[in-house]
Design a protein around this ligand. Structure first.
Ligand code: WTA
Length: 635
């Protein structure tokens, strides 16, 4: 039996048991089976969640790019590593082989070195989803520089905060980015940001849109001419297992963004292992994760996890709605995609559109579907299952976080029987526990608890950059001795986990804890509803009451809307109980979302509470204009 690849349910249980009873032995065997090491570890694990301090594979030396690129050259030099699908479908796709990846990453690594970047330096990457983004990430890893990718939809202010927080010496950006039929002046945003970043001395610029840009002498350089002269070989920097690999800021819906710090060996082992098993990767697969590399999903499951398995991984520059709502289905058909990994928000948006966008394409190449980022509601799950997977592709509802580095709870496709809205079972090595607000472990079924993890896994974040105290307070203080996820979850009678949403979104109404996710689920079941968000607002008698912001598929007349409000409350009563009925319903044209597609509940809470002044920073929203429209009561 291979530790690295689980092939059936019996094996899953056997491997899981071993991973809990003998975690060090288990991870040691995984590490031995699949990876190349410059020097072997002296100790598999040492940890103390109270400090907190976590070390995996201490004493080992390696380079993650050797594992992701070099070692595949013997057998897979001509295999496509990245399949680049541009924003404009008329622009040809690019197949970048492992050999070409090797050469391009090494050239870029040599350029970084020639610009004085050394092991341990932070490099901020602010690029659209083009091959250079992945190359820049890997080039940093090659020479031991710490990459900090900032999603190229963030504003100059948000970018500056992140650059300064990690004190990045260099920024890699492009002249612009394409988004549907628009172009965005990325270089201009970087210029604005750098007005406030005294520590950044160098900017490398990729040409993508041919926008006119201003190059600041002594600071800015075009990347292409530097690459031309660079050598195609670059000896990897030998990194200690616990040397930093990257910093990635979490969405920052509240307070200052947290720069989650991930280190080298454990992150590599865990992302590779989970990619292999959660997507049951086979060598001929063409795997597509629609996330942006600016988020953890892109880091772990577009770049590192797939490459560590020698996979073909798609890099998609576009958006689901351009040139029309068939784009995803078109890409699947064109490249014969075998795994599609996307977010519930995208599924819901596409499910709202005409079905013939889907049915006019051949999706028979698909084998496995995945979702990530938020709880998937039942209606979206069924639509995905019925219309995209044609009821033959298992859906892996993968639960994890920027902080966890990799997927912690997920079905294994074709192995774990799926259940809509359930992320199902923990992956090997993961020991979830549910606790109540007093930290007492919940052993009952179907009782909502706070989701914690009792034991470290290899890719857990090691710190918040520059603020270890905040790391401790945020994750290790509420329930001492455990990692606290901030999420609520429940477990069913067979041990399946259902993530019910952020605990900070739990609303206590008349003493009853209500998760927003199940209520939204019930509302979204209504055929007239496109999407909804529930928040709490202060109520004289109940303490908190529920406010529903609801987007309709068709706005209709006001009489329709009165009827709808009644029907919606009826549906909630049926699905959850009268206690979860909404006190207020507002039909809205859209919901404020972060650029990763998450609803900004903080803003909705304020609007619901009538506090429309001082809504805080809305610049990181995808659609800041919607806030005013909601306040004005537009539908
Ligand atoms: C939520 C994304 C339900 C959860 C990888 C978590 C999910 C937060 C799921 C992390 C899922 C992620 N079901 N909720 N399958 N996946 N979440 O850091 O609340 O962007 O804490 O990482 O997203 O978001 P992040």
């Amino acid at each position: 039996m291979s530790n690295y690849h689980i092939k059936n349910l019996e094996e899953y249980f056997a491997v899981y048991r071993k991973s809990i009873r003998q975690p060090e032995l288990f991870w040691q065997e995984v590490a031995e089976e699949h990876f190349v090491w410059r020097k072997r570890w002296s100790k598999v694990l040492s940890w103390d969640f109270n400090k907190p301090e976590i070390k995996w594979f201490e004493g080992a030396q390696l380079n993650i790019t050797e594992n992701c690129i070099d070692r595949h050259l013997n057998t897979k030099a001509d295999k496509t590593a990245f399949l680049f699908e541009p924003n404009d479908p008329k622009e040809p796709a690019q197949h970048i082989t492992y050999q070409q990846l090797y050469e391009r990453v090494n050239k870029m690594a040599n350029v970084l070195k020639s610009q004085g970047i050394q092991k341990g330096d932070r490099v901020c990457i602010y690029l659209p989803m083009i091959p250079e983004l992945a190359m820049a990430v890997l080039a940093c890893a090659r020479i031991g520089a710490v990459h900090s990718v900032v999603f190229a939809g963030f504003s100059a202010g948000a970018l500056a905060t992140r650059i300064n927080d990690c004190d990045a010496r260099m920024v890699i950006t492009s002249d612009g980015s394409f988004r549907g039929n628009k172009t965005i002046d990325l270089k201009g945003i970087v210029d604005d940001a750098l007005e406030h970043c005294p520590g950044t001395s160098s900017v490398l610029v990729v040409e993508r849109t041919k926008n006119k840009v201003t190059m600041k002498p002594g600071r800015d350089q075009w990347l292409a001419p530097l690459l031309e002269g660079a050598d195609v070989h670059c000896t990897p920097e030998w990194m200690d297992a616990e040397d930093p690999l990257f910093i990635l800021y979490t969405s920052g819906s509240t307070g200052k963004p947290k720069g989650m710090l991930h280190t080298t060996a454990g992150y590599m082992v865990y992302t590779a292992y989970t990619f292999k098993n959660v997507f049951q990767h086979q060598s001929e697969d063409v795997y597509w994760c629609t996330a942006d590399i600016g988020w953890i999903t892109g880091h772990s499951y577009i770049v590192y996890g797939p490459l560590a398995n020698g996979a073909t991984t798609v890099l998609f520059e576009g958006i689901p709605s351009y040139p029309d709502f068939s784009r995803f289905w078109d890409v699947i058909d064109k490249h014969k995609i075998t795994q599609l990994y996307t977010a519930p928000t995208a599924i819901r948006a596409l499910a709202k559109e005409r079905l013939d966008y889907v049915t006019s394409h051949d999706l028979s190449s698909l084998r496995i579907l995945g979702t990530v980022g938020e709880p998937i509601n039942e209606e979206a799950w069924h639509w995905y299952n019925d219309h995209i997977g044609n009821k033959r592709c298992p859906i892996v509802d993968t639960w994890w976080q920027t902080e966890t580095g990799g997927i912690l709870i997920s079905p294994l496709p074709m192995i774990t029987p799926t259940k809509p809205t359930y992320a199902t079972l923990p992956l090997p090595g993961i020991q979830p526990v549910l606790v109540n607000e007093n930290g007492i472990e919940i052993t009952d079924n179907q009782v909502d608890g706070r989701l914690c993890v009792a034991f470290p896994w290899p890719s857990i974040a090691r710190s918040i950059w520059g603020d270890h105290q905040r790391f401790k307070e945020t994750y290790f203080t509420a329930f001492p001795g455990k990692y606290f996820t901030g999420d609520g979850a429940l477990r069913d009678e067979v041990g399946y986990y259902r993530i019910t949403g952020r605990v900070d979104d739990v609303i206590i109404v008349s003493g009853h804890n209500l998760g927003t996710a199940p209520i939204e689920d019930a509302i979204n079941e209504h055929p007239a509803v496109a999407e909804s968000a529930i928040v709490g607002f202060p109520h004289d008698i109940k303490g908190q009451a529920l406010y529903g912001f609801i987007i309709l598929k068709d706005t209709g007349t006001s009489r329709d809307r009165d009827n709808l409000s009644r029907e919606i409350n009826q549906a909630i009563t049926e699905h959850i109980g009268p206690i979860a009925k909404l006190d207020k319903i507002q039909f809205v044209p859209g919901l404020p979302k972060t650029r990763s597609g998450k609803i900004m509940r903080r803003i909705l809470r304020k609007i619901a509470a009538g506090e429309t002044e001082g809504l805080g920073d809305t610049t990181t929203l995808l659609n800041p204009e919607i806030v005013e429209e909601i306040i004005q009561g537009k539908i």
